[in-house]
Design a protein around this ligand. Sequence first.
Ligand SMILES: Nc1nc2c([nH]c(=O)n2[C@H]2C[C@H](O)[C@@H](COP(=O)(O)OP(=O)(O)OP(=O)(O)O)O2)c(=O)[nH]1
Length: 177
Amino acid sequence: MDSRSVAKHVEDPEYVARPHKLYTLVFPVDTATSKVLLGMKKRGFGKDKLNGFGGKVEPHETIEQGAVRELQEESGLTATHIKKIGLLFFYFENDPVTMEVHVYQSDRYDGRPMETDEMRPEWFGVHEMPFERMWADDSLWWPYALENKRFVGRFWFKADQVTITRQELREVDSLEF
Ligand SMILES: Nc1nc2c([nH]c(=O)n2[C@H]2C[C@H](O)[C@@H](COP(=O)(O)OP(=O)(O)OP(=O)(O)O)O2)c(=O)[nH]1
């Protein structure tokens, strides 16, 4: 088990024992206009979906460092402040590895969004999210983010990466373990 994983604090023992791979996901927010920056993923896992910016946490870095790095690489923005808003666990049918995704918002960053090899960025109103073009779970937990609530979600997907067969989602007081 990766020592940076927080699975043991939030999952039941049966799932804690599974291998966990750590990921980040950052949503840059423009508080003045109430818009959030999403990127259209141009390749790889989640291709053609709109999402925040993130990816795998490298072995040598903290989760937060990974979040800032992936945001920079994929959007061109350099976050000067990020805050953790949620924790998501994804289980895919026929895949023994749990995806443990640490979700952040950033309302302070330098630079301007730019298209990269991986993402085409676009601003959306925080109340007008294009959920039909996003991962199926996003419409379920985004309301927590809007209300400034911290959340933990667990979602079981079919291999089609679209169908959710089981879900758990709850507000938590803190994401510091
Ligand atoms: N909003 C949302 N994001 C998700 C879901 N599932 C899921 O993996 N993600 C995010 C977490 C990561 O930010 C991203 C997957 O990481 P990735 O495969 O792009 O990682 P990477 O950039 O390191 O990969 P690579 O192409 O460079 O090898 O997708 C989901 O259901 N909803």
